[in-house]
Design a protein around this ligand. Sequence first.
Ligand code: ZN
Length: 709
Amino acid sequence: MVNKKEIPSILAGKGIPNYQEIKPDDINNYIPILIKELNRDLTSLEKELEEKINQNLVISWDDVMTPIHIIGERLRWSWGVVSHLNAVCNSSELRDSYSKQQPEIIRFGNRFGQSEVIYNSLVNLCNNSKNLNKTQIRILTKELLTMKNSGVGLNSSKKDIFNSSSQKLAELSNNFSNNVLDATKNWSLLLTKPEEIEGLPIRILENYARSAKDAGEKGLNGESTGPTPEKGPWLISLDTPSYIPFITYSKNRQLREIIYKAYVSRASDGLLDNKKIIEEILCLRTKQAKILGYKNWTDLSLESKMAKDTKEVEQLLEELRAAAMVVAKNELRELKECALRNGASKEAENIAPWDISYLSEKLRQEKYDLDKEALRPWFPLPQVLNGLFKLCEKLFNIKVVASKKLDIPKWHNDVTLFDVFDQDGTEIASFYLDPYSRSATKRGGAWMDECLIRNKDSKGNLTLPIAYLICNQTPPTEGKPSLMSFEEVETLFHEFGHGLQHMLTKVNYPQAAGINNVEWDAVELPSQFMENWCLDRSTIMGMAKHWQTGEELPEEEFNKLRSSRTFNSGMATLRQIHFALTDLKLHGEWNEDLGISPDQLRRKIAESSTVLPPIKEDQFLCSFSHIFAGGYSAGYYSYKWAEVLSADAFSAFEEIGLEKTELVKETGKRFRDTVLSMGGSRPPQEIFKAFRGRPPSSKALIKHSGLEF
Ligand code: ZN
């Protein structure tokens, strides 16, 4: 008998991962053992099922769906831990082990997805589906489609080609993502002269001086204190919390140009060049789609989405593009006028992309007298969390508290675990929050991921969901909490929205619990819905308290924030449309024989979807991780698609009046009971209708974005 203690933490396969005990070495030592065991389990399951099929027996849910879930979950659990660490505690050791084991993981995935016995068993189950409920049927239908798109129906020579391209694709995505991380990490700029920091607020200079100190820089002229915010030197990097403030506040146009060009050309030359990788990825995806009988990767991607086809997606994008273009042109004109008023004649004459954020900030201050940077002291992370949790208590009747389980292992000191309770005190879920940016070891951006998924097994044992919420916001400094920008507050609310769908699910089948089985283009509904609350009076006034004085956010500042809500939204909308169209066309139309590069195709699309065409150095595609290293390929449009749903859902609250607490509570309960609870157990159209009483309409989004005339 195997002593329980002998099972290494990385193979636990259930429960909370023991992050303290999992080491990079374990990946190479134990993942191969896991794969061997899973292969053995799969073989014996196939044997059992084959016998049943040969004897013409009816196959039940528990004969096939339960065991394949158990096999899949063991893999998801262990490899999930590895992928998570690779994203938040990246190191060369971890990277090596990750890429060494990845091919085996893919190979197993291919074997599983292409198992004819499993497929036939699912078909058998499907043909005898009278005992299955609606959720089970939806899970089953999706599983059959997934297997079809994993190549189960291919003959063996086609399977070989398909599988080797799957391997190659995983490797390429991994390289793509590492190149972006390295290119971001490798670039920095040390500033030493006062004229180089003109316009930058002191809080930002503090961060730059601290970065210089961390990099081992000495104080200027032998100053014994080391780098200081007032005297420098200051170190700028391409990490979002460093890059964004510089491009927004620096008066030094030349430096803005330098740092802008460095940012948009990340991973586009030398050893870290992603251009070739992009072409290879696109070619391989097209090849796979064709082998499976689709015209292109876009068609393959859309088959499992809420949108019916490319036409329907293009129609929505065009509707938004046309509305946004007119507004964006006006916005650009206003920026030029603002430059003129401020004596920035060069910017006015020849406005460049590195002027946009800077001039926008100037214009925002002129128009609304709103200095966003000055609002940070009102948004210390603990207060913001408090406000977010109170909102969720009001809307969804839940309580969120820092976990009392103090011995929970974490992967970093920045991390906190929170528990979520229902109104009667029952614990329903937990989540880890890892809020701050750690440039060298943590991937950029923000995301929610699943640690544990809700599951009620056949014996009635319940697993409660646990989420990972990862942000990259401004870190705290000595004696100062993380003072968040308004955008960082929105990001936190966004990720928490994903977390809510994961945590408040009532679905007991893990295959459709939380975000599982939710069509990709509907998955941003709860997240974008939550963002809307950042401008709700009682939410914001409840959380915005000065971190030192406790003073509430002045009424005036709140009004400015609100009235500036749609500021520059024409350009912001256009930017998303440009990315969405580029993604759609790269995966639907681009191929090597087209005679133009992916970048050239992007530039063609830019002609009608930007007001300021991309400059020569702009190699945005080389860092477009969403579609080349994440799951958004031919699915970037999902943000806009789901925004139609989220804006329309939020308008249900606006219609009754956000200040009417009782009605808001009632509507919040309905949102929880439908969108948040039902997850992937029903089609998104049906769930939306259950909440809103009618199908979604794009009216609310157009109105919200200020694109109406
Ligand atoms: Zn999201």
